[in-house]
Design a protein around this ligand. Structure first.
Ligand code: AP5
Length: 216
């Protein structure tokens, strides 16, 4: 089974949703830089204050901060059994640093799963997304409704709309994706690590396709 995995795709492609499904079924550690920053914002740490100033406007957190955070997390013992990186790397310096980190800790990246999705669907998903304040589970007001409105099915926590899930910040996030993150698809293709999937098929079909591929 492939187990040191990067999940890539534009904002709203479904990286977080898929990561949560794969983490349960394949017993992998889920490392989401977006979730790590949001936890730091919630805890009002210095990192959180710095991250909020970038994230709320849709900008990327500086590379040195993000790379340091991921390096520390990947070095922890629970990553020995395999990890899912969700939202990292997003820039060429991050991708190059990750190659070095992976070498240092002897946990090489085995596959990069890319989720393709068109822009109209990304806008629909992001503008209707609601997230559990406690466990981070994602929902959608039309297509992935919780059983009880405003309440998480998994932990009973309250659902909220992320501060960066507005039209203005999304435009900036998409621009960063196109200029800084999308070029990494070529980078990983050249390393023969890239495998793309269509995320428009719906979350259960996508999960089946990706997990079958990882188990090959
Ligand atoms: P991050 O949290 O990583 O946000 P993102 O990449 O913009 O991705 P999203 O969380 O918005 O979307 P997703 O692809 O996970 O989709 P989801 O599964 O939720 O990062 C946030 C910010 O942190 C960044 O903008 C940046 O500022 C900063 N940051 C993070 N990492 C960084 C880094 N490495 N460097 C610098 N800065 C960094 O799904 C979206 C919606 O669609 C949901 O409503 C869901 O219910 C629905 N849905 C999901 N999958 C499907 C499906 N297959 N079919 C139908 N609906 C679906």
């Amino acid at each position: 089974m492939l187990k040191n995995i990067i999940l890539m795709g534009p904002p709203g492609a479904g990286k977080g949703t898929l990561a949560k499904q794969l983490k349960e079924s394949l017993n992998l550690v889920h490392i989401s830089t977006g979730d790590m920053f949001r936890d730091a914002i919630k805890a009002q740490t210095e990192l959180g204050k710095l991250a909020a100033s970038y994230i709320n406007a849709g900008h990327l957190v500086p590379d040195d901060v993000t790379i340091g955070l991921v390096k520390e997390r990947l070095s922890q013992k629970d990553c020995e059994g395999g990890f899912l990186l969700d939202g990292f790397p997003r820039t060429l310096p991050q991708a190059e640093a990750l190659q070095e980190i992976a070498k240092e800790i002897s946990r090489p990246i085995e596959v990069v799963i890319n989720l393709d999705c068109d822009n109209a669907e990304l806008v629909r998903r992001i503008s209707g997304r609601r997230v559990c304040k406690n466990c981070g589970a994602p929902y959608h007001i039309d297509s992935m409704k919780p059983k009880v409105e405003g309440v998480c099915d998994l932990c009973g926590g309250p659902l909220y709309q992320r501060k960066d899930d507005n039209e203005e910040a999304l435009k900036v996030r998409l621009e960063h994706y196109v200029s800084e993150t999308k070029p990494l698809l070529d980078y990983y293709d050249k390393l023969s690590l890239l495998k793309s999937f269509n995320s428009l098929t719906g979350k259960e079909i996508l999960f089946d396709e990706v997990s079958s591929y990882l188990k090959k």
